[in-house]
Ligand binder design. Structure first.
Ligand code: NOJ
Ligand code: NOJ
Ligand code: CA
Ligand code: CA
Length: 704
C-alpha cells in the first residue's frame, strides 16, 4: 500500500489507471511456468462430456448418442465448447489455472462389440492427428491461445501403453488395435510381423511384471522395447509439445517399464520441460513402495491416490478418520521426494463421484476445502462444482448439468484457488498437525513467514477448541472463506496460543498471513531430473531483483533468466549424479538447499538387459550394476532391479528394461542379492556394451 500512495501523488490519474489495469491480477497465473503447478488448480475435463460448442463436428451413426442417454457413446463435447466456457468466464471465475483435457489424438471409430466407443480418448489410432469429434488442429490452436491468454495452462492426457481393443484371434474385433503414423498404417494386433505389440494375453494383475508385459483388459499392448514404437511415441509427444501444451498426464504408468518411461521423460525434458504426472491406480488403503519408487526415480510425478482414497474414506463413508488422514499426510511426505508435485483429487473418471444423492452436499464442500489447502497439486473433476453425482464408469462421466456460478462449491474453489496464488504456503509449505480428534483436524502450512491455518470439523456437533497453537503472529484473523462453511474469527496471542473458540459442526475455517521473505528461499524446482544443458526453473522468494547465482552442490549453473521469484538455469556440465540445489542472491545470502536433482549422463535410450542361467534360491533376486550413474556406479546398493523372470523370458533367464545413456560404452555385471542384502557378484571380466544413439535394443548374456 505504501508504494501505491507514492504513485497516487506523483502520476496523473489516467496513467495510473493504465498501470493498474495492466498489472497481472492474483488470478492471472504464470502460464509461462510449465513445470511448477503447485500454486495452480487443475480442472479435469472429459472433453466429450463438457460442452458441445460445435454440433457440426459430432459423429453420426452408431457411435453417437445425441441426448447422451447412452453414456458409452460420443455425446458431442469438443474444444470449441471449452473455448466458449473460457471466454464466457465460467472457468476463469472459478479460479482454475490449468485444464487437463482428454487425449486429443485421433481414436478408433469402431463400435466395440460390447457397445462402447472411444469418446474418452483412451483408444488411440493416430497420435499425429486430432480426434475430429473434438476438433481439428486449428481448433486446437485456438483452444491453446484462448487458454493461455486467460491465464490457463493446458495438460493433455497421453496413452503410450496401448492403442485400442483387439483380439489375437479376430481381426474384425473393433479396429484390431491398428495404429497409424499420420495416416500411414504402422501395424495391427492380430497380424504383427514387426512385433509392435505384446502377445502375452491379458494381465491378471498378479505382479508388477505381469501388469507391464500383458494386455490391460483387451487393449493392444505396445512392445515399448521395439524401436519403431519407441520412436513413433516419442516423436508424437514432441508434436504436441510443439503445439504448446503445458503439461502431460500419462495413462497407466504401472503398465509400462519404469526404464522406458524414464527415457521418455528425459526426451521430453530435453525438448521442452513440462509438468508430467502419471496414473498409478491405488485402491482404498493401498500403499505400494513401487509407486513411491516410480515417483522418485522416473522423472514423472503421480496422481496421488493415497490422498484421494483417504479423503474419500474420511468424508464419504467415515471408514477412516482424521487420524488416518494425518498419518497419510505424514507418511507420504516421507515416501515422496517431492510431495508437493503429486497431483491430489477427491474424485475422477475412474471412481464414483464424490457427491451422491442426499440432503446436503456439505461433505463435498468440506473435501474441496481440504483439497485446496493441502500439499500437492489439487485437481477438480468437471462437474464437482455442480455436485454432479454418479457411480462407477460411465455414470461418473455424465454431461455437465449446469454452469451455475452461485453454488457453494463454486465459491469455495474460486476463493481458495486465489489464496493458492497469493499465499505461497499452500503451494510450497510443509504440513503440521496442530489439533486433532476423529472429527476435527486443524493443520498448518508454512513457507518462510507465510502461514495458512485450516480447521475442519466433519462431525455433527460443534467443538470447543482449547490449547491450539499456531505460528501465525499475534493478531486477529478473519475466516478467508467468509463463512461459506460457517467459519469463525480467531485471536492469536504473542506466544502463538489461540484463544479458545467454537468450531461449528461441519464447519471449516481458513486463516492466513502472507509475508514476503527477505532472504532467498526455494519453493519449487522443476523438473528434478535432466542432462547437461536442459532448462530448470526455480521458484520461490527473496531471490532479489539483481542476478545472483544458482549452485548444484558447489558447481555454478548458467543463469538464463532471473527475477525475485523465478530463476531459469541450465543444468551444468557435471558428473552425472545427485546434486543439492541452492540460490545465492546478489548480496551473497544463500538459501537452504532444495532436494536432490538428478543429473543424467546424457540423452537416454531404453535397453533390455537379460542374463541366462542365473539360478538362485528362494528370496534371492538378480540386479544389474555398472559404470554409469544410471547403472548405480558399481554400488550394489544402487543396483537396478529386482529383475523379472516370468513373461518376456523365464527363470533362470532374467531381464529388465533400463534407461541408460545413449552412445555410451557401458561396463556392467549382474549380482545376486538375498533378502538380507548379501551380494554375490559374477566372476570374470565386466560385460561391455555400447548403446545406440536412438531406439531400443536387447542384450542377452550368460551368467558368468
Ligand atoms: C486409466 C484411465 O484413466 C481409464 O479411464 C482408462 O480406461 C484406462 N487407463 C485405459 O486407458
Ligand atoms: C567393481 C569393479 O569395477 C568391477 O570391475 C568388478 O567386477 C566389481 N567391482 C566386482 O569386484
Ligand atoms: Ca461437437
Ligand atoms: Ca504394457
Amino acid at each position: 500500500m505504501k508504494n501505491l500512495t507514492v504513485l497516487l501523488k506523483t502520476i496523473p490519474l489516467a496513467l495510473l489507471l493504465f498501470i493498474l489495469l495492466s498489472l497481472p491480477t492474483a488470478a492471472q497465473a504464470d502460464v509461462t511456468n510449465k513445470v511448477n503447478y503447485t500454486r495452480d488448480v487443475i480442472y479435469q475435463i472429459v472433453t466429450d462430456r463438457f460442452s458441445d460448442g460445435d454440433p457440426s463436428n459430432n459423429p453420426t451413426g452408431a457411435i453417437y448418442s445425441q441426448d447422451c442417454s447412452d453414456l458409452h457413446k460420443y455425446c458431442g463435447g469438443d474444444w470449441q465448447g471449452i473455448i466458449d466456457k473460457i471466454n464466457d468466464g465460467y472457468l476463469t471465475d472459478l479460479g482454475i489455472t490449468a485444464i487437463w483435457i482428454s487425449q486429443p489424438v485421433e481414436n478408433v471409430y469402431a463400435l466395440h462389440p460390447s457397445g462402447y466407443t472411444s469418446y474418452h480418448g483412451y483408444w488411440a489410432r493416430d497420435y499425429k492427428r486430432t480426434n475430429p469429434f473434438y476438433g481439428d488442429f486449428s481448433d486446437f490452436d485456438r483452444l491453446m491461445d484462448t487458454a493461455h491468454s486467460n491465464g490457463i495452462k493446458v495438460i493433455m492426457d497421453f496413452t503410450p501403453n496401448h492403442s485400442s481393443p483387439a483380439l489375437e484371434t479376430d481381426p474384425n474385433y473393433a479396429e484390431n488395435g491398428a495404429v497409424y503414423n499420420d495416416g500411414v498404417l504402422i501395424g495391427n494386433y492380430s497380424n504383427d510381423p514387426n512385433n509392435l505389440f505384446h502377445h502375452n494375453g491379458g494381465t491378471d494383475f498378479s505382479s508388477y511384471e505381469d501388469s507391464i508385459y500383458r494386455n490391460l483388459y483387451d487393449l493392444a499392448d505396445y512392445d515399448l522395447n521395439n524401436t519403431v514404437m519407441d520412436q513413433y511415441l516419442k516423436e508424437s509427444i514432441k508434436l504436441w509439445l510443439d503445439k504448446g501444451i503445458d503439461g502431460i498426464r500419462v495413462d497407466a504408468v504401472k503398465h509400462m517399464s519404469e526404464g522406458w518411461q524414464t527415457s521418455l521423460m528425459s526426451d521430453i525434458y530435453a525438448h521442452e520441460p513440462v509438468f508430467t504426472f502419471g496414473e498409478w491406480f491405488l485402491g482404498s488403503g493401498e500403499v505400494d513402495p513401487q509407486n513411491h519408487h516410480f515417483a522418485n526415480e522416473s522423472g514423472m510425478s503421480l496422481l496421488d491416490f493415497q490422498f484421494g482414497q483417504t479423503i474419500r474414506d474420511v468424508l464419504m463413508d467415515g471408514s477412516s478418520n482424521w487420524y488416518d488422514f494425518n498419518e497419510m499426510i505424514a507418511s507420504t511426505e516421507e515416501d515422496y521426494d517431492e510431495v508437493i508435485d503429486q497431483v491430489t483429487f477427491i474424485d475422477n473418471h475412474d471412481m464414483s463421484r464424490f457427491s451422491f444423492e442426499q440432503s446436503s452436499n456439505r461433505h463435498t464442500d468440506i473435501a474441496l476445502a481440504v483439497l485446496l489447502t493441502s500439499r500437492g497439486v489439487p485437481t477438480i473433476y468437471y462437474g464437482t462444482e455442480q455436485y454432479l453425482t454418479g457411480g462407477n464408469d460411465p455414470e461418473n462421466r455424465k454431461p455437465m448439468s449446469d454452469f451455475d456460478r452461485t453454488t457453494n462449491s463454486y465459491q469455495i474453489i474460486s476463493t481458495l484457488a486465489s489464496l493458492r496464488q497469493s499465499n505461497p504456503a499452500l503451494g510450497y509449505g510443509n504440513t503440521s498437525e496442530r489439533w486433532i480428534n476423529s472429527d476435527v483436524y486443524i493443520y498448518e502450512r508454512a513457507f518462510g513467514d507465510s502461514v495458512v491455518l485450516t480447521a475442519v470439523n466433519s462431525g455433527d456437533t460443534s467443538y470447543t477448541i482449547n490449547n491450539l497453537n499456531t505460528s501465525l503472529p499475534q493478531g486477529q484473523y478473519t475466516d478467508e472463506l467468509q463463512q461459506l462453511l460457517d467459519g469463525n474469527e480467531i485471536t492469536v496471542n504473542s506466544n502463538g496460543a489461540v484463544d479458545s473458540f467454537q468450531l461449528s459442526a461441519n464447519g471449516v475455517s481458513v486463516w492466513q498471513i502472507t509475508e514476503e521473505h527477505a532472504s532467498p528461499l526455494i519453493g519449487h524446482v522443476g523438473p528434478m531430473m535432466g542432462k547437461h544443458g536442459n532448462t530448470v526453473t526455480i521458484t520461490g522468494e527473496g531471490f532479489g531483483d539483481n542476478e545472483g547465482s544458482v549452485l548444484f552442490d558447489s558447481d555454478f549453473s548458467d543463469v538464463l533468466s532471473w527475477s525475485d521469484t523465478k530463476i531459469e538455469v541450465s543444468v551444468p556440465d557435471v558428473t552425472a549424479g545427485h546434486y543439492d540445489i541452492s540460490v545465492v542472491n546478489a548480496g551473497d545470502s544463500q538459501s537452504p538447499t532444495y532436494d536432490k536433482f538428478e543429473v543424467l549422463t546424457g540423452d537416454q535410450v531404453s535397453i533390455r538387459f537379460a542374463v541366462n542361467n542365473a539360478t538362485t534360491s528362494l528370496g534371492t533376486n538378480l540386479y544389474i550394476v555398472g559404470n554409469v550413474n544410471e547403472l548405480g556406479n558399481w554400488d550394489p546398493d544402487q543396483a537396478i532391479g529386482p529383475m523379472f523372470n516370468q513373461v518376456m523370458y523365464q527363470y533362470p533367464t532374467w531381464y529388465y528394461d533400463i534407461s541408460v545413456p545413449a552412445e555410451e560404452n557401458l561396463e556392467y555385471k549382474f549380482i545376486k542379492k538375498d533378502s538380507s542384502g548379501n551380494v554375490v557378484w559374477e566372476s570374470g571380466n565386466n560385460h561391455t556394451y555400447t548403446t545406440p544413439a536412438t531406439g531400443t535394443d536387447t542384450v542377452l548374456v550368460d551368467w558368468q
